[in-house]
Design a protein around this ligand. Structure first.
Ligand code: HEM
Length: 449
């Protein structure tokens, strides 16, 4: 017999606000701990809204993969439209599906050779700066440098041409500010539409203005006809044609997707790289094994996707880092009709908060879940449905291969030159904004190899 929604184990919280304060204080940890305390499913309330905290892999599969039309993206995703427009990340339904089908081929692993070349070149520039710091006996800033690398690789893969350094730094700052504002909007009780001139709406409009100025300039820049110019990602997007009408994407749609790629791809990848650098510096035994693996690659030729496929231990290190530090820690879906989950009634309008953080740290699924042990993936390299840092189902991250190529290239280039040593041994606190990133700088000392 189906049990009622009220019978799902729950955290009542204060009567008026429910769990608002607890969720706001730790949006990654609160649903994770709640769900894991109750076997992978629990309910909580924020004001009048009912939410489910879900960390059971079978239920996650049910929601994301088996019934994606019933559990759809909600308000949090729509709020993004104010900053990034109506691209892949902020839409759903038939329009999203058509767009996704159109864009998919551009992100297939065999089209991403360029990401490897670009990452190798950008990491080479970073290494020159690192070498100068090493000579001066100074630490390098792991978090800031991961951010630089990630935004630089994204900009150069999209546009070919170098943006000027101050422009890159400004873009990265503004994207960070914009995503922080969107998150405030998601968390806030009073959420007026974009046309109301609140301080937050005005700030968001300003950010979008600057980013658009830059994107439009790149879009309108005359193409030189060079190979580099023709095979950049922007040229790929502009060349897309609607399979029925043969029409190109409207200009506004191209801009929407460009804003989306920067927003979805930059902070996530830079957080992943920063956490990996920290983990490698913190676990010298893991780093030694990883460096022995990358030393097997030829050094007299540029890196290629084929080289990167031959790095199983590097894959394990990245998986283990993304398990403990998933840049996307929650994904929300809203039930479009009454449903039944795990034998409980779920009323229409319930928000299912998929806790990636909880799934990845569940003691029921992982032995010693808080320990960093890349070798745990030796037997089951993909981690199965217990490991979903890139999501699952139809909205699976379109940039997964892009991100993994970028990470593996950067790590290989850095690891060939230096051993990383932590300048101090403190724990690194987490900052749960749109992405889960290190809340402070990670100073790294470099030892030549
Ligand atoms: C380590 C880095 C990354 C992580 C952990 C990550 C994670 C995710 C996750 C969990 C989703 C699913 C969101 C949902 O279902 O609601 C997603 C979607 C998406 N990601 Fe990533 N991502 C990363 C890098 C990238 C990169 C580099 C790009 C672009 C080049 C990108 C572009 C996107 C886009 C456009 C979507 C929306 C896909 C859709 O709904 O069709 N991501 N990502």
């Amino acid at each position: 017999m189906t049990k009622s929604f009220a019978e799902i184990p729950h955290d009542p919280g204060p009567w008026l606000t429910g769990s608002l304060a607890r969720f706001r204080a730790a949006p990654h940890r609160y649903p994770a701990d709640l769900a894991n305390r109750h076997g992978g499913l629990a309910r909580f309330r924020i004001l009048h809204r009912n939410l489910l905290a879900v960390s059971d892999p079978r239920l996650i599969d049910e929601i994301l993969c088996r019934r994606p039309d019933l559990y759809v993206r909600g308000r949090q995703y729509r709020n993004m439209q104010q900053a990034i427009g109506r691209g892949l990340l902020s839409t759903m339904g038939p329009g999203w599906k058509e767009r996704r089908t159109l864009l998919n081929p551009l992100f297939r692993a065999d089209r991403l050779r360029r990401v490897v070349q670009t990452s190798e070149a950008a990491t080479g520039e970073l290494l020159e700066r690192w070498e100068a710091k090493r000579r001066a006996g100074e630490p390098v800033p792991g978090v800031a440098d991961a951010r630089w690398l990630s935004i630089t690789v994204m900009a150069r893969t999209l546009f070919t041409r170098d943006l000027a350094e101050p422009e890159i730094l400004r873009l990265s700052d503004l994207i960070q500010q914009g995503t922080a504002l969107i998150r405030q909007k998601n968390m806030s009780l009073w959420n007026p539409p974009a046309w109301v001139p609140t301080a937050r709406n005005r700030q968001l409009a300003g950010i979008r203005g600057f980013v658009d100025h830059l994107l439009v300039r790149e879009l309108e820049r005359p193409r030189t006809g060079s190979t580099a110019d023709e095979d950049n990602l922007l040229a790929g997007i502009v060349a897309l044609r609607d399979p029925q009408s043969g029409a190109p994407l409207p200009r506004e749609a191209v801009l929407d997707e460009l804003r989306t790629l920067f927003t979805a791809g930059f902070e996530t990848t830079s957080a992943a790289l920063a956490w990996t650098l920290w983990r490698l510096a913190r676990h010298p035994d893991v780093a030694a094994r990883w460096q022995a693996e990358i030393d097997q690659l030829p050094t007299d030729q540029p890196l290629t996707p084929d080289h990167l496929k031959r790095l199983p231990y590097t894959d394990q290190v990245i998986h283990e880092t993304l398990r403990l530090h998933p840049p996307v820690y929650n994904m929300a879906r809203v039930a479009q009709a009454d449903d039944e989950l795990a034998g409980y009634q779920v009323p229409r309008g319930t928000i299912a908060m998929i806790s990636i953080y909880g799934l990845h740290r569940s003691p029921a699924l992982w032995s010693d879940p808080l320990e960093f042990r890349p070798g745990r993936f030796a037997e089951n390299p993909s981690g199965g449905n217990r490991l979903i840092p890139f999501g699952a189902g139809p909205h699976l991250c379109i940039g997964m291969a892009f991100a993994l190529f970028e990470l593996k290239t950067a790590l290989t280039c850095l690891g060939r030159r230096f051993r990383l040593v932590l300048a101090d041994d403190r724990e690194i606190p987490e900052r749960a904004e749109i992405s889960l990133s290190p809340a402070c700088e990670i100073p790294l000392l470099l030892e030549p190899r």
